[in-house]
Design a binder for this molecule. Structure first.
Ligand SMILES: *Cc1c(COP(=O)(O)O)cnc(C)c1O
Length: 368
């Protein structure tokens, strides 16, 4: 293997660029002794709610906890079903299982997001909620999804783990469904230095319940009305995230710009993601498709370009999902995509030169 010329992502580089902004904020928190849900958390929550256009935001321990706590707000438990996409990251499904309920999958469309028509087909008397995933940072088709949910009396929990700052028909994701769930994992497009997550909602009752659920169920220092959990955002992570929030707009613009360059250069060689007019995608990943995916991945790595596959094994075909009774062939779009997808390097710190290298190497592979 040759020397890596384009890393898939470069977190140390991001830190080195922000070091002077971050370190005083981190030091301030450490000196304060206020390490959990401190003032930086409240600041972050307010700014994050503003970014999404939601009334409330609330920091939690990670994106998976956000999904789990959202399901708890709607009382999801044994005997219930929650509909989600089989091509997502595993947490979309295991949080449903952790709540005691059953994940029911609905296939996706060419845009990698859940197909509202397929949702309609799998709704049963046991269905309690729909969990659309804004995969790759592209908003799911929330218009029809909300119509179905309202008509059928179902809750909508948005898995926006990959989609900070994405918008659908001008509305921020996370502020469209009943509750939005974001991951701030180091590899996500707004990232902490460890696990972190944030939830959004426009509903004050859900917000007030979540304030208790994330903090042992406590109403105040001494009184508890509901059994809760321990899922809080660390002050030091919030301080770091507040620094990064200053950059999220510029970073998102950069990701969209890189996506545009990739799209224009590669569309005649591979299938590239497109943007519809009503979608504002944030390109957490830029996923191309080709029948020769594995060969292309090997070629790129041999030429010093790292790529990833999100995700090679659909959830319904994982060993852990066997008990759900799904088979190969159940979700044809997801399964076909899983053998063809390849995520190209895309991050705010990537240079024009590196983007050109990726493009040239893909073209060379196809003999151009
Ligand atoms: C990352 C991710 C999660 C889980 O978030 P964590 O913060 O890692 O717990 C859930 N859903 C999707 C789609 C993700 O990409």
């Amino acid at each position: 293997m040759s020397e890596i010329r384009v890393k898939y992502i470069d977190i140390p580089l991001q830190f080195s660029q922000l070091r002077a902004e971050i370190m005083p904020k981190v030091e301030e928190v450490l000196a304060s002794g206020n390490y959990i849900l401190g003032p930086a958390v409240a600041e972050f929550e307010e700014r994050f709610a503003h970014l999404c256009g939601s009334k409330f935001a609330l920091g939690v321990a990670d994106g998976s906890d956000a999904l789990f706590l959202a399901l708890k707000v709607f009382g999801v438990g044994p005997g219930d079903e929650v509909i989600t996409a089989p091509n997502s990251f595993l947490a979309s499904a295991w949080t449903i299982v952790a709540a005691g309920a059953r994940p029911v999958f609905a296939d996706v469309r060419e845009d990698f997001n859940i197909d509202p028509e397929q949702i309609e087909k799998v709704i049963s008397p046991h269905t309690k909620a729909i969990m659309p995933v804004h995969l790759t940072g592209r908003p799911a088709d929330m218009g029809p999804i909300m119509d179905i949910a309202r008509r059928r009396g179902l809750a909508v929990v948005e898995d926006a783990a990959q989609a900070v700052a994405a918008r659908y028909r001008g509305k921020g994701v996370g502020a469209i469904g009943d509750i939005g769930c974001f991951s701030l994992h180091p590899l996500k497009n707004l990232n902490a230095a460890g696990d972190a997550g944030v939830m959004t909602t426009n509903n004050e009752d859900y917000y007030k319940l979540l304030l208790k659920l994330r903090n042992h169920g406590l109403k105040n220092r001494d009184e508890c009305e509901v059994w809760g959990f321990n899922s809080r955002l660390d002050t030091v992570q919030a301080a770091l995230l507040n620094v990064k929030l200053n950059h999220i707009e510029a970073w998102t613009n950069k990701l969209r710009e890189v996506a545009g360059v990739y799209r224009a250069a590669l569309a005649s060689y591979v299938k590239v993601p497109t943007d519809q007019e009503h979608e504002y995608s944030v390109y957490h990943t830029f996923i191309i498709q080709t029948d020769r995916r594995n060969e292309l991945r090997d070629h790129l790595l041999a030429r010093g370009v790292e790529t990833k596959i999100h995700y090679p094994i659909p959830i319904h075909l994982q060993e852990c999902a066997r008990e759900l009774g799904y088979n190969r062939g159940d979700f044809p779009v997801t399964e076909r995509q899983s053998s063809r997808i390849l995520s190209l390097p895309i991050y705010p710190e990537i240079t024009d030169r590196q983007v050109s290298i990726v493009i040239e190497e893909v073209k060379k592979f196809f003999g151009a």
